[in-house]
Design a protein around this ligand. Sequence first.
Ligand code: ATR
Length: 286
Amino acid sequence: MTQHFIVIGNPIAHSKSPEIHTLFATQTGIDIRYQRQYCPDDEASFIAVIEAFFRGGGVGANVTVPFKQVAYDCCLARGGLSEHAKVTGAVNTLLLNKTLLDNGASVAEAVYGDNTDGQGLVNHITSLSWPLDGAHVALIGAGGAARGVIMPLIESGIATLTIANRTLNKATDLVNELSNASPIINEQQIKTCRTAELSGQFDLIINATSIGLSDATLPLSAALNCQYAYDMMYGRTLPFLQHFAARGAQISDGYGMLIGQAALSFEHWTGHTIDVAQATKILNKS
Ligand code: ATR
């Protein structure tokens, strides 16, 4: 029987999720239909869309901009949240909570949310054989994208995390908030500074800002170096990566993170494990 999935966003036409999940289905021999679902940018429309989707027999949904926080609120009031979704305050994967359904909850009451974005990043970095255990990591940015990767990075065993942001108080507020939300996030392990003041040698520097969407460039200190540089953006020339490649670092854009988060969603929904390295090779060629 065909299993139905959607990705909900606004805009949504650019989403690569259908292509990625269709490849996963081929890899695992599952019959799926995965579609892009446009939704007007308001909470009532989002709730109407997901309730209609799950009532109609849908198995799982991905959530993208601008609905990740609305999806969090929706699951908090209904079928619950994974630990990563709770700490990040955002949801990118929806499924039905079977325990609640078995206990008589309606489909609408059982919508459950997870967030696989950060673990997708960690899995991609691991697949590149970039060491995280004991690593000194700098994360540039303190918005939604940065927030989603902090807990999985700490769980991966890094030694220190320095969060740099153009607006310093957003970085300090984020650390305060996350350390209150999760006992594994220890304020002693995390430093904050302004982006222009980030300097020294790091094992890994991650760009989690949205600067790649504009023509602006980050004010990076000449005294800032790293062995590995990762930009969470993909699909365009990224000056951040060019900067560190010219200084001898190994670099990666965030396309593997996109595939990694999708693989984790697919695994939750279907119970099948994805060969992410193989999928990435195929998708890079397409
Ligand atoms: P996202 O959900 O993609 O993380 P966001 O929550 O709006 O988007 O966060 C954008 C991040 O990119 C922020 O850290 C922002 O810095 P500020 O907190 O100071 O606004 C950062 N950013 C965006 N444009 C930037 C620029 N031109 N220079 C430096 N940082 C920038």
